[in-house]
Design a protein around this ligand. Structure first.
Ligand code: HEM
Length: 206
């Protein structure tokens, strides 16, 4: 892709690598996790070399995602602190989804929806990691009652997380010009002006 020198840098290469380690791990975890969730999804184990391998690999991929997510959390947490303008953005989000984005307040690097997603994902990853460790019988010997509770939490939060990651991906596709931010690291000035005007002012000084 030809890079326009006027484009704005949104993500560095380490930030993008970090995000995709999380994203790809998440897809692998969702596919292998669904295989354990219901027999209808059992054929998905073939992607991982059969049932036994899926069972072995799933928790290790989980550890990889948890570690990579902590790194992403540390990179992005300060940018995701809720501000009064975010609350206003959230209260008008319905209007924007219906096609009228003229009354939306100016946004910094992330809007209220992205920030909410960030904190929901952070809580989900924390709960999935704790409940996943409780379930990891190959290495830990937690009491059966706790393992059962862990299984319920792991399945419920896992299903919820698949849903919100679908919203995250859908939003990234829906707002044209966003995916390239996480692929090439850059966005157009028009994109920044339209969706994150306060961030545009900050990076361009205009
Ligand atoms: C697998 C498909 C995924 C796609 C296509 C995708 C796409 C994107 C894109 C395009 C952005 C940039 C948005 C912007 O700069 O405005 C982004 C940001 C981000 N993504 Fe993803 N993503 C995926 C999966 C995930 C997963 C699984 C997680 C976490 C569990 C995640 C967490 C984040 C975070 C934390 C940000 C930074 C936004 C913020 O800090 O508020 N993504 N993603």
């Amino acid at each position: 892709m030809i890079r326009n020198p006027k484009d704005l840098q949104r993500y560095t290469a380490p930030e993008r690598t970090n995000h995709w380690v999380v994203g790809i791990s998440f897809i692998l975890l969702a596919l292998s996790g669904l295989a354990f969730f219901h027999p209808a999804f059992w054929p998905l184990t073939m992607l991982f070399g059969g049932g036994v391998w899926t069972r072995i690999l799933h928790p290790f991929i989980g550890v990889l995602m948890a570690v990579a997510f902590v790194s992403m959390f540390l990179r992005f947490r300060a940018l995701n602190v809720m501000q009064p303008a975010d609350k206003e953005w959230l209260s008008r989000a319905k209007e924007m989804v219906s096609g009228n984005d003229h009354n939306m307040p100016e946004q910094g690097k992330y809007n209220g929806g992205q920030k909410m997603m960030f904190w929901m994902l952070s809580i989900c990853v924390l709960l999935m990691t704790i409940s996943g460790v409780v379930l990891w019988r190959a290495y830990f010997g937690f009491p059966a009652e706790l393992v059962r509770l862990g299984a319920v939490i792991h399945a419920a939060i896992g299903a919820f997380m698949i849903g919100i990651v679908m919203v995250h991906v859908y939003a990234a596709i829906w707002v044209r010009g966003t995916i390239r931010a996480m692929v090439y690291g850059t966005v157009t000035r028009a994109w920044a002006k339209q969706h994150h005007r306060a961030w545009y002012r900050q990076v361009t000084g205009k």
